[in-house]
Design a protein around this ligand. Structure first.
Ligand code: GLA
Length: 398
């Protein structure tokens, strides 16, 4: 199967893909399998996945590309094209690397081996255009993309959901971030022009068309490095768990915030730590917002959908407290522009991007006004990306 370089990933930089393939040829002197593994946006449903709630993500045009082929022994050679760095490791002794990025790859190899899959060494060049630390899930793209690629080149026969779970586990165990399942799931299950509603408890999912020619999804990158993201992320998880543990005393069988109603939370408010209360309150309301947002989509009511995005941002800012001043300024500025339907911070928080839903005809004004507001406050320009919704991880050339 082969697609022309131009059609690879809905307008992604074809020359970068060709350079990755070329680099592989030069270094390893053979023909690789070429895999595209996308970044993601999340329209609504933030910090709900690890609470067994609902999310509404989509795979996007920005992606990581792998050129990969099996090797002979047990040694693996990987080259990060965009960083110009290489790393070698043996299947027999996986040691965490100080460099950071190799851990996402070794984590996947580790999980495959733990799952009893028989793999040999391999050679790989990878790179792409998902901005790092922007909250578009470059890490899940590396993990799920490599899991998918190794499944193919070694004929492991793993089904898509197994790949998702394995990639998530790689991040939980080897990298050490207790992320939920959203990013890896949408990376594998994404569909063009669609968002996916995922029930993170049952893993049931359904697609909603998200394809209005007069609307655009624009990401606005604060360019703030998300230093707090992984430590505070784990803290938020613990706070949610402590809320669940307390409430479970009163409601047998209660396993996660998915099982908690606002009434139950309110009834036990005096016993709950005020910070934990706010976290739980946010999660319960955000789950309801995802359900309501999906009802909006069924009616093609994008105005109402956008209002829920604003509601989500307020909750993330005031109650879940994972926003930052830069994100808030971007959302505030966006909210004042005619033609902007909704805006909110996206992903783990503490930096990264906002996601904005706006009329196509408002895009120019949006870029100008939001950039001016941001420059006025922080003395630098944000970055804008128009996102198109694309397919999940796929082979582009074999
Ligand atoms: C990160 C995690 C996801 C999810 C989001 C917040 O992207 O990887 O699992 O929890 O944060 O919604």
């Amino acid at each position: 199967m082969s697609k022309s370089a131009k059609s690879l990933s809905g307008g992604a930089p074809a020359d970068r893909i060709l350079s990755i393939r070329e680099k592989f040829h030069q270094t390893f002197k053979e023909k690789p399998l070429l895999v595209r593994s996308p970044g993601r946006v999340n329209l609504i449903g933030e910090h709900t996945d690890y609470n067994e709630g609902f999310v509404l993500p989509a795979a996007v045009d920005k992606a990581i590309y792998f050129a990969i082929a099996p090797g002979k022994g047990r040694s693996c050679a990987v080259y990060a094209y965009d960083l110009g760095e290489s790393h070698e490791f043996s299947l027999s002794g996986l040691v965490k690397s100080q460099k950071g990025w190799p851990n996402y790859l070794m984590g996947v190899v580790d999980e495959l081996q733990k799952a009893g899959c028989s793999i040999s060494g391999f050679q790989c060049v990878f790179g792409g255009d998902i901005p790092i630390g922007a909250g578009m899930s470059s890490s899940a793209a590396i993990e799920a993309g490599l899991a998918f690629a190794l499944n193919k080149i070694f004929g492991l026969g793993l089904d898509p959901l197994t790949l998702v779970k394995l990639a998530q586990k790689a991040e939980n165990e080897f990298v050490g971030v207790r992320c939920g399942i959203m990013d890896q799931f949408i990376n594998v299950f994404g569909r063009p022009r669609s968002v996916l509603k995922l029930d993170c408890r049952s893993l049931d999912y359904e697609y909603y068309p998200f394809d209005r020619p007069d609307l655009r999804i624009v990401l606005c990158d604060t360019l703030v490095k998300r230093e707090l993201a992984s430590s505070e992320y784990n803290v938020r998880r613990q706070q949610c768990e402590s809320g669940v543990n307390l409430l479970a005393k009163y409601a047998p069988g209660l396993k996660s915030l998915r099982d908690v109603s606002l009434e139950l939370l309110e009834a036990h408010r005096p016993e709950i730590d005020p910070v934990v209360y706010k976290r739980c309150d946010y999660v319960i309301r955000e789950n309801a917002r995802v359900e309501q947002a999906c009802a909006d989509l069924r009616k093609s009511d994008f105005h109402s959908f956008g209002q829920r995005m604003f509601g989500s941002h307020s909750g993330l800012r005031d109650d879940y407290e994972v926003s930052c001043r830069e994100l808030d300024v971007l959302v505030e500025a966006a909210s004042e522009i005619k033609g902007v339907l909704g805006a909110r911070m996206m992903g783990a928080g503490f930096g990264g991007c906002t996601i904005n839903l706006l009329e196509e005809k408002a895009v120019e004004e949006f870029d100008k006004t939001v950039a001016r507001a941001y420059r006025g406050q922080f003395g630098k320009d944000p970055k804008f990306y128009i996102s198109t919704l694309e397919s999940g991880t796929e082979i582009v050339e074999s």
